[in-house]
Design a protein around this ligand. Structure first.
Ligand code: HEM
Length: 461
């Protein structure tokens, strides 16, 4: 071969061998550009030039930062991902009597359990799901999000209906939640048939045997099924599974932290600090948006006009990322991160689960750690499209050859990112386009029902 031939061959080899390192990053950057282009919307970024970090919470908590869906092209995309029933999903309802009715019901359902009951319920469901792993003595290779989803499906079914979750209903719930989160991360398209099967179950169930807490009276029977499906069998199940996948993967990739927990010599709050550190590095929300219903005036700056789309960027505000995973920095006021809003801001529709989410994560994590050591060498990113590949190594079993397994896992993870990132680019672009074409939110507010909701939102302000 000529010197030029060798040079070209060498360059091709380097390019191909480096694929997992450069292609996913380029594809992600391209995806962001395509989303912005198809979405066709310039929002006000916070933190950003117009809303610096020191004004982030003030603007987020401003009474005029209260529009939720109407008037933002982005809403069409969220409604598309959260269908069916996005118009009654608590997260996306406009403020007003309907929102109040729905939010009150969510609070009542969640308040039905004491801390002891939450502990017992989550412990029991986690143990049951872990019992299903066949062969107790062997090493399991799992995806942490998939491992955790049935746990939260069982937990939230029992929270709503106050009885144990039948196996076939658990499958309906995980089918629904997995479909929503996979579409959100653009790793798969939506499968509305999977979601419809859960809606059908809920409609029948509510007609014959409704839950003990009365459902919002301002909703029709069909909307009540959508409400439960959206808030409890999608949001609750997805958020808790994602949070747990991050927590367990953080432990799997930071062995010294995990060893401290396994040794059982730490103070009882150590795991809570690990959870905080996890939510600081990997906040579940990327960007939460609001539409301003009035002008927001600021000292020494131009006011933010009515109808602006505010984009609150969690990872940027929290300064997430970085390699240092140090739960101990939460011990002292001067090292504790001050920009930390894992459950949103109190003044503007914070998460209704903020009072017990950490407790339930702790209970589930303790159950997993009672049985297994966790080990993983995969890349840990905020969006975690890999669903968290991890080894569960029985604590009671014999020593295993970790090193070779971890090398293989790392290689497989790197190479899996190549086709996956391209898939995300293609499917994401299609869904952004399709959501815009369907205009679920836009069309809803153009109907008399949507108009009435918007009018009541204005009165409710
Ligand atoms: C660790 C787990 C969780 C985290 C980190 C989390 C985080 C958040 C955040 C940051 C928000 C505010 C978003 C915004 O300002 O637009 C939010 C809202 C919300 N969350 Fe959670 N969440 C978690 C678990 C749950 C669970 C278990 C439920 C169960 C019902 C839930 C239901 C909701 C609802 C309904 C809202 C909308 C609140 C409203 O607009 O009134 N979340 N969550």
């Amino acid at each position: 071969m000529s010197p030029t031939g060798w040079l070209v061959t060498g360059a091709v080899v380097v390019l191909v061998a480096g694929l997992p390192y450069w292609l996913p990053r380029i594809v992600v950057a391209l995806r962001v550009r395509i989303f912005a282009w198809v979405g066709g919307e310039e929002g006000v970024r916070a933190p950003g030039r117009e809303v610096p970090a020191e004004e982030f919470k003030k603007v987020y908590g401003h009474p005029a930062a209260n529009g939720r869906s109407r008037g933002a092209a982005l809403s069409d995309l969220f409604w598309y991902w959260l269908s069916p029933g996005p118009e009654v999903h608590q997260e996306h309802l406009e403020p007003g009597p309907r929102y109040d009715d729905v939010a009150r019901t969510t609070r009542q359902i969640l308040a039905g359990l004491s801390r002891e009951q939450w502990t017992e319920l989550v412990g029991r469901c986690t143990r049951r799901v872990l019992d299903e792993l066949d062969g107790h003595a062997r090493v399991h290779r799992v995806r942490l999000r998939d491992l955790m989803m049935p746990v939260w499906a069982e937990v939230y079914y029992e929270v709503v209906f106050r009885e144990p979750c039948p196996r076939h209903v658990r499958d309906l719930i995980t089918g629904n939640a997995d479909d929503v989160v996979s579409a959100l991360k653009c790793t798969r398209l939506r499968h509305m048939d999977r979601r419809a099967r859960l809606t059908d179950y809920l409609r029948t169930r509510l007609a014959h045997d409704p839950p003990p807490v009365p459902l919002p009276s301002s909703l029709t029977a069909s909307e009540q099924a959508y409400y439960l499906q959206g808030t409890f069998f999608n949001t609750a199940v997805v958020q808790m599974s994602e949070a747990m996948a991050h927590l367990l993967l953080a432990l799997a990739t930071h062995r010294p932290v995990q060893e401290r927990l396994l040794a059982g010599e730490e103070d009882p709050d150590f795991l809570d600090r690990v959870i905080n550190e996890t939510l600081q590095h990997f906040p579940l929300f990327g960007v939460a948006h609001r539409i301003t219903s009035g002008e927001i005036s600021r000292d020494g700056r131009d006011p933010i006009p009515t109808g602006s789309v505010l984009l609150f960027n969690y990872p940027e505000y929290q300064g997430s990322g970085g390699d240092r995973f140090d739960p101990d920095r939460w011990l002292e006021p001067d090292t504790r991160p001050s920009a930390f809003i894992p459950f949103g801001v109190t003044a503007n529709r914070p998460c209704p689960a903020r009072g017990f989410a950490v407790l339930t994560m702790r209970v589930a994590a303790e159950e997993v750690l009672r049985r297994f050591r966790l080990d993983s060498s995969v890349e840990h990113t905020r969006s975690l499209p890999s669903r968290g590949p991890c080894l569960l190594i029985p604590r009671a079993g014999a020593a295993v050859r970790r090193r070779s397994r971890l090398v293989v896992m790392r290689l497989a993870d790197r190479w899996a990112a190549v086709p996956r990132s391209v898939t995300q680019l293609v499917l994401g672009s299609y869904m952004v386009w399709d959501a815009r074409r369907q205009g679920l939110c836009r069309n809803y507010f153009a109907t008399p029902a949507g108009g009435a909701t918007a009018a009541s939102a204005t009165v409710g302000r």
